[in-house]
Design a protein around this ligand. Sequence first.
Ligand SMILES: Cc1cc2nc3c(=O)[nH]c(=O)nc-3n(C[C@H](O)[C@H](O)[C@H](O)COP(=O)(O)O)c2cc1C
Length: 177
Amino acid sequence: MLLHPLLAGRWSPTTYDTSYDATPSEVTTILEAARWAPSAGNSQPWAFIVGRRGEPVHARLVRHLTGSSAPWASTASMLIANLCHRFVEDTDWDYSEFALYDLGQAVAHMTFQAQALGLFARQFRAFDRAGLAAEFDVPAHWEVTTMTAFGRAGAGPAGDNSRLRRPMTDIEWPVEP
Ligand SMILES: Cc1cc2nc3c(=O)[nH]c(=O)nc-3n(C[C@H](O)[C@H](O)[C@H](O)COP(=O)(O)O)c2cc1C
C-alpha cells in the first residue's frame, strides 16, 4: 500500500530557504486549513499568532525561541504560535475535554496544506511558553501550546533518528481473537 504522496513526502526541516518569503495567499490558505479542521462539538478551540519573517510580530516570536530552536526556526518564512482554548474564562473548568486534541489536529491540517503548497513545517515546543504568552497578553484560559515553522526546505531530512518509526506490529493494539 502506497501512502498518499502528501503523507509520504512530509518531514520536518531544520534548514529553511532564507530567500523565500511566504506569500499572503499561502498564509491565508494555511490558516483556512486549520479553520476547517474537525473539532469536538465544533468547539474550534484554537487561535494562532502569525509572524512572517521580516514583520514585527516575527521578531517578537523569535525573541522567545530557545537556544535549540533559534538557529533554524528563525530562518523559516513564517512562525506560527499555536494557542489552545483550555479553560472557560476565570474558571478551572475545561473549555473542551478535547481542546488539545483538536488543536493538534488543526495544526496537522496546516502542515499538510503547507505541503500541498510546496512548503514544509516543523512543529516544536522549544520556546519560552510563559514568556511568549506574556509578550502577546494571552489570557490564562488560553494556552500557548506549540509553534510551527513554515517555509521552503533548505536541505533534505537530517541523517538522525527522526525518520525512524515504531513497527506496524507495535502500533496495532493486540486484541484477543
Ligand atoms: C508537539 C511536537 C513538539 C516538537 N518539539 C520539537 C522541538 O522542540 N524541537 C525540534 O527540533 N523538533 C520538535 N518536534 C519535531 C519532531 O522531533 C519531529 O516531528 C519528529 O522527530 C519526527 O520527524 P518528522 O516530522 O520529520 O517525521 C516536535 C514535534 C511535535 C509534534
